[in-house]
Design a protein around this ligand. Structure first.
Ligand code: ATP
Ligand code: BTN
Length: 238
């Protein structure tokens, strides 16, 4: 394998730390994070002994343009690896959440450094709960333990890194295309009534139809098809 693993007991955020000096193929794993990052400035909370939290550095030569579907591709890779590890019930919630029985069990946060033209260093951050952290009180959260998970935490990490190494090579070669159906096969709420909530609280309702070729979300609404690219929108079931 080309992946080199560093384990630290404690850091603020593996994403933040790796982003300061990104290395292709380096995985930084933390037992504890004081400042774990989620999307849009939100926080990712750890559970002592019950969290798998790591970041993987990956360099893409083509600039940022081709990376729009990367976070979804990583979601499909992680969901597939979890299914292989025995947890068949994990579902993906657009754009970056992993759910178990409708509760959040993991999340993906990709941060990049580099400019639009030159090589781009992506830091692929993945947080998974084996045990749901008690400190998360603002939404339902879940843990993988007890849902069929076969390997222990380190073996799961190894399986995830192996899957990421081949999946990211596939993404580099073919882009998002081979991941679209895989993502949809794990999609939570497919065909169900959902709504997209904007930061100002405004909502747009529709039926979740799937993904567009670039990974945008498609909703069937009364006014026709709505296609939304990533941004500050949150998907909710209604
Ligand atoms: P979105 O649909 O917009 O992604 P989100 O509420 O899941 O919504 P994120 O930024 O993806 O937002 O994730 C951060 C949120 O996840 C936190 O605000 C908290 O509610 C929740 N959270 C934090 N730590 C954990 C954890 N270990 N397990 C599950 N959920 C967590
Ligand atoms: C989300 O749901 O918004 C994404 C959460 C991503 C959490 C992981 S834990 C390892 C890596 N380091 C961070 O600071 N965040 C990611």
């Amino acid at each position: 394998s080309h992946i080199d693993i560093d384990v630290v007991a404690r850091t603020d955020s593996t994403n933040r730390r790796l982003l300061a000096a990104p290395v292709h193929g380096k995985a930084l794993v933390a037992e504890w994070q004081d400042g774990g990052r989620g999307r849009l400035g939100r926080r990712w909370l750890a559970q002592l002994g019950g969290s798998l939290m790591f970041s993987l550095g990956w360099r893409f030569e083509g600039g940022t343009a081709g990376l729009s579907g990367l976070s979804l591709a990583v979601g499909a890779i992680v969901a597939g690896a979890l299914a292989d590890a025995g947890v068949a019930a994990v579902r993906l919630k657009w754009p970056n959440d992993l759910l178990l029985d409708g509760a959040k069990v993991g999340g993906i946060l990709i941060e990049i450094s580099g400019d639009a033209m030159g090589p781009t260093d992506a830091v692929i951050g993945i947080g998974l709960n084996l045990i749901a952290p008690a400190a998360v009180t603002d939404q339902a959260c879940a843990g993988l333990a007890g849902h069929g998970l076969v390997p222990g935490r380190n073996a799961l990490l190894a399986q995830l890194l192996t899957a990421l190494e081949s999946g990211l090579a596939e993404f580099t070669e073919h882009g998002f295309a081979p991941f679209k159906q895989r993502w949809e096969s794990f999609s939570a709420w497919q065909g169900q009534q959902v709504e997209l909530v904007a930061p100002d609280g405004s909502r747009r309702a529709g039926v979740l139809a799937g993904l567009a070729d670039d990974g945008s979300l498609r909703l069937t609404t009364d006014a026709g098809e709505l296609v939304v690219h990533t941004g500050d929108l949150s998907l909710r079931r209604t």
